[in-house]
Each structure stands twice: as C-alpha cells, then as structure tokens.
Design a protein around this ligand. Structure first.
Ligand SMILES: [Zn+2]
Length: 387
C-alpha cells in the first residue's frame, strides 16, 4: 500500500537529493554552498522533499564556533519505499525485498533449480507472493523490480544469454504480467559493480569481475555504468586468450571464460579426480591439504585470469577491481597469487580485492538501479569507507 504518489523531480531537487544521500550530516547552508543555489532556493527544495517524505531532519548538527543558531542536519529517508531485486542465474533465482537504504526485509534463495519458460513463471510468482505478504507499509511502496540477467542487456533488452534460454522466451512479458511495479532488466555483473560502488567503495571508478559459469564485468565511473554502444562493454569473458582455442558460445575460439570460469575450473578438477561434482568448498579442502592436482588447477585459473585482468587494467585503468567469485572467496590466497601474476607497471596501483557484498552484490546493485530510476539520480553512495 502506498501513501504518496511518485512525482517527477526537478534538476535542482535531484542535485540536492544526491548530496543528501551521498554525504552525512549536511545542513541547508552546506547544501547552498555545495550546489551554488541560493539559501532560499535550497529551503524551498528541502521543504518539498520533507513533504514528500524523502528527506528527514536529524536533530541538531555541530555547534558553530561563532555561536548562533545550530544547523539541522538532513538525511535521506531510506525507509520511504521498498525495492525488489531478483538475480536469475543459470540454475538459481535469488530475490531481495529491501528498504531503499538496503536494509533487508526478506530474501529468497532457490538453488539448484531448472530454469525454463514454465518454471521461471512459477518462481517469480512465488517471489512476488512471498514479498507481498511481508512487505511493510511505506510511503511509496515498492518503487521497482530489477531483474539481473546473466548475459548482455542493452536499454533493458536481453541480447544474449549463453547459459540459459532467457533470450528465447518472452521474459519481459512474463515478468511484467506478474507484477504492477515497473520492471527493469540489467546485466548481473553490471549490477554487482553498482552494488560494490554504492555500498563498499568511495573510489570514483570501480570494476567488478563476476565469475560463475562464465566471466563478466561491470564498469562504473562516477556512478555511471559503462555499457558501451551495444551493451557489451565489460564482457571480458569473451576476450581471446588462446589462438584457435576452445570454441565459445559467442562464436569465437579461445575466449577467457572457456579457460578461467569457476565452472570450468570445477569441471576440470572433477575430471582429474573422477568426481561427480566439485564446488569451491570441495576444491578448497583439497587445496588446504596441498593436493597437487588442486594446486595445479588453482595455478592454471590464476594464470588465465591474470591475462584477463591485465587487459582490463590496460583498457580501463580502474582504481579498484573487485572479484566476485566463490572460488576466490573460498581460497582468498588466490587474490595474492593473482596480484603476483600481474607484472605490468600499469597494475601496481590498482587495488584488487574480493567482493565485500558477495552473493548480495547483484541484489544490492538492483536496489541502486531502482533508486536511480525512482529518484532520477545518478550517484548513490551509502558508505564512507575506503576502497
Ligand atoms: Zn566467447
């Protein structure tokens, strides 16, 4: 249930909102200084944002040395509405219902599951039903549904999903038929990058490399996702690392993800050991015991991925590269091995680290995208921490 209807924001409103969201403890006077707007204009905007319940006053700010009236701080009302984000993997569906500040209300994780036109409808219906039962009353209700797709997406259209057939079914119509809320599609690695950028980093540029059955990356610069002219920027899994190598679903031969994806690494180890199934936890146990095959598989993964990361640095010169991979999380020593394999001078200043948000990175990125659409803002920052 919603109490207020959405109203479009003026440019000055979004400017003030961005500053309030991204910096703690701002007063009206601070805002006037930062935005260059007059104090009267800022006061008018804040009055409207408070009436719209998007901004709240948070008591008395720091007392000024010269005395006078103490300023009142302004804060984004993160509980003004709700967000739904759904991550559709090749054998899983995760859903997050949260407040606009990322506070979790409910999370659904279905895995492993078969995904096709029939089952996806069932899982989506289940997610919407469950969330509608537990959704608290807020001013704006659910502001949007963001669906993460494992494949390139351009202007909301799914271009290619090599790991399942979502590009072959009317996925948008299915999703929109199940909910009245606005539905947005985005690539999962792009959303992970947005999530890490907004929740774990203060860097102006960040690249998030997601490794599952394939390898993709999301590139964020100054709050903007860099998607390229056709939506395939950051598809680093499809850079060629082996001449005349293994055929890839994209049409090329020798793509990075055919050699360095988690799934490839697990399957390779399973074949060596004649095992049915291997995941990051199983491989980690062999690695901890100094199993020669595990050490070799890990070294090979690092060697191939280092080529990909080296190329990424040469192309984009990011400040931070975040890895989102169960393999690198379970065996964090692989980060140091990877760093040691980057011999270029270009790579020396780049911070390489594991994801802090882990499996929630994509879902929280979905929340950020919902916020960007709902408030018409670009920069969303919830953290003051470094790197
Ligand atoms: Zn490829």
């Amino acid at each position: 249930m919603t109490l207020l209807a959405y109203s479009p924001r003026t440019a000055n409103e979004t400017l003030c909102l961005e500053y309030i969201m991204n910096q703690q403890n701002l007063s009206r006077a601070d805002l006037a200084t930062l935005t260059g707007l007059t104090k009267a204009t800022v006061s008018g905007i804040i009055k409207k944002l408070i009436e719209d319940q998007l901004v709240i006053e948070t008591g008395i700010g720091e007392s000024s040395n010269v005395g006078g009236r103490k300023p009142i701080n302004l804060q984004f009302n993160g509980q003004a509405g709700l967000s739904i984000a759904i991550d559709v993997g090749y054998n899983y569906v995760n859903g997050l219902l949260s407040y606009l500040d990322g506070e979790e209300i409910a999370i659904i994780q279905e895995k492993p599951i078969p995904l096709n036109e029939d089952t996806i409808q069932t899982y989506f219906q289940e997610i919407f039903n469950t969330f509608s039962k537990v959704a608290p009353e807020t001013v704006y209700g659910v502001v949007g549904v963001v669906i993460a797709v494992h494949g390139p997406v351009f202007h909301g259209d799914i271009l290619f999903t090599p790991h399942y057939n979502l590009d072959q079914i009317p996925f948008r119509q299915i999703a929109e038929s199940l909910t009245d809320y606005p539905v947005y599609f985005e690539n999962e690695a792009n959303l992970s990058a947005l999530g890490e950028y907004s929740f774990t980093s203060t860097s102006s540029s960040l690249i998030c490399v997601n490794m599952h059955s394939g390898i993709g990356s999301g590139i964020v610069q100054n709050g903007h996702l860099q998607v390229g002219s056709h939506g395939v920027a950051g598809e680093i899994g499809h850079q060629i690392v082996v001449l005349d190598g293994t055929p890839c679903r994209c049409g090329n031969h020798g793509c990075l993800e055919m050699y360095a994806a988690n799934k490839v690494c697990f399957e390779h180890f399973a074949t060596i050991k004649a095992m049915e199934y291997v995941n990051a936890i199983i491989l980690r146990e062999y690695y901890r015991n100094q199993d020669a095959d595990a050490l070799a598989v890990v070294a090979e993964n690092v060697r191939y991925l280092s080529i990909g990361i080296n190329n990424l640095i040469a192309h984009y010169d990011p400040k931070v590269i975040v890895l989102n991979s169960s393999l690198y999380r379970e065996i964090p020593e692989m980060i140091a091995l990877l760093q040691d394999s980057l011999h270029s001078h270009f790579a020396k200043k780049v911070i390489l680290r594991n994801s802090h948000l882990q499996e929630k990175a994509t879902l929280l990125g979905g929340l950020v995208l919902n916020l960007q659409h709902f408030l018409a803002i670009e920069q969303v920052r919830f953290t003051e921490t470094n790197s």
